[in-house]
Design a protein around this ligand. Structure first.
Ligand code: CTP
Length: 403
């Protein structure tokens, strides 16, 4: 399944480094070409000799190669290594390496290769639960995600410290499976165009102020990547977001206001087989936008608002029998009833309902807990899951509905 694929495995200082031996063995078994780069502290946990034998290639650790028959002073070309790979998997990724990558520190060969690489980078964190939960580590992880690094979420269980919790590196077989799926995606959306809305909208009040909301835009980007992974040509129309899609096949169209987003939806919807509307579109915008900064002269200030068009309803009204339309419903009460009403009113095939009453769901989290409500009152509840998994689930569901 991996013949012809070049995979660079990074190994850092964590007790889980022994698992990288199994990962390399799996990748080799699947026909991949594997090279390994270790941090100096990774070497304390597993020997380069073991990994060189399994990968069938010398392992790179230091900038200057150890003295060989060829002579001393030969250097390890980090740029060449970084450019060689189709995929760079750092497993295990210690808290220290994650911090250095987030900050751009380049104090060893592994970091230099990471900074020079152009291929997708995956990291598999492995550490004790308190280190993993520490705000510094979480901030670093969130920064890396924003830059398009994929995080292979650690599992929960017994840790090397004897404590129980989240921090165990994903099992090598799981990582190998993810690599196989990455290179062999089921192209169920091949030849299809998909329109996705994402992020918040910013409605201008004056040159320095706007009405916005807490949407980060992560779900839109992940949906775009999930659909592109399945072979679709994607139009991602997103309000302001720090995230950006990394895969090819995605037209990333950035907008600010609901009206700008609407214009692009009207332009592209007709050509698309699937529409997934995840944007948190502002329902209202100021009637008038002040050209100058509004001064604080009075004790109270009234801003008159006018309703924005409902983009999803418009798409529902202009939907053919062959098109699939999916909307989101973010509710705080009477969740199921409200979401079912949206399904009918907006002429949708599926509503993805999430409630702000569920912990870990909604804005600002990497996770979500949703219920699918499909036509014919089909209701499916899901547990709390990573947004990246949810995005794949929605893309799968859309491709099944297309059939
Ligand atoms: N939506 C949209 N355009 C709008 C408002 C919402 O396309 N102007 C879409 C959202 O992207 C989402 C769905 O409609 O897929 C539901 O959004 P939500 O804010 O939950 O509901 P509303 O339709 O705005 O209704 P209400 O505010 O009454 O809950």
């Amino acid at each position: 399944m991996l013949t012809g694929k070049k995979i660079l495995v990074g190994v850092t200082g964590s007790i889980a480094a022994y698992k990288s031996a199994f990962l390399i063995r799996e990748l080799i078994r699947e026909g991949a070409e594997v090279r390994v780069v270790m941090s100096p502290s990774g070497r304390e946990f597993i020997t380069p000799l073991t990994l060189a034998t399994l990968s069938k290639n010398p392992v790179a650790v230091e900038f200057i190669k150890p003295e060989t028959e060829k002579g001393a002073g030969e250097w390890e070309n980090h740029v060449e290594l970084g450019l060689w790979a189709d995929l760079f998997v750092v497993a295990p990724a210690s808290a220290n390496t994650l911090a250095k990558l987030a900050g751009g520190t380049c104090d060893n060969l592994l970091m230099a290769v990471l900074l020079s690489s152009r291929c997708p980078v995956w990291v598999a964190p492995a550490m004790d639960l308190d280190m993993f939960n520490h705000p510094a580590t979480q901030e670093n992880i969130s920064k890396l995600k924003q830059r398009g690094v994929s995080i292979l979420e650690p599992g929960t269980g017994e840790l090397a410290s004897g404590l129980e919790g989240k921090g165990r590196m994903q099992e090598p077989e799981e990582i190998a499976q993810a690599v196989i799926s990455y290179f062999n995606p089921q192209q169920k959306l091949k030849g299809k165009k998909v329109l996705i809305t994402g992020g918040p909208t910013y409605e201008k009040i004056d040159p320095v102020r706007f009405i916005g909301n807490h949407s980060s835009g992560l779900t839109g980007v992940l949906l775009a990547e999930a659909c592109a992974q399945m072979g679709a040509e994607v139009y991602l129309i997103s309000g302001p977001t720090p995230y950006k899609p990394m895969l090819s096949g995605i037209h990333f169209l950035k907008v600010n206001t609901a009206l700008d987003m609407f214009e692009l939806v009207q332009k592209h919807w007709n050509d698309c087989a699937v529409g997934i509307f995840s944007a948190a579109v502002a329902d209202y915008r100021p009637v008038e936008v002040s050209h100058q900064k509004i001064k604080k002269s009075e004790d109270t200030l009234t801003i008159h608002l006018v309703k924005n068009p409902d983009l999803l309803s418009w798409a529902g009204q202009h939907k053919s029998d062959k098109q699939i339309l999916i909307g989101f419903a973010l509710e705080t009460e009477n969740e199921l009833v409200n979401a079912q009403a949206k399904l009918d009113k907006k002429n949708l095939d599926l509503v993805v309902l999430n409630s702000l009453r569920d912990e870990g769901a909604g804005f600002g989290h990497q996770t979500n807990k949703v219920t699918f409500i499909a036509k014919g009152n089909k209701i499916i509840n899901f547990e709390l899951e990573q947004k990246v998994e949810l995005a794949k689930r929605i893309a799968e569901f859309a491709s099944d509905l297309l059939k």
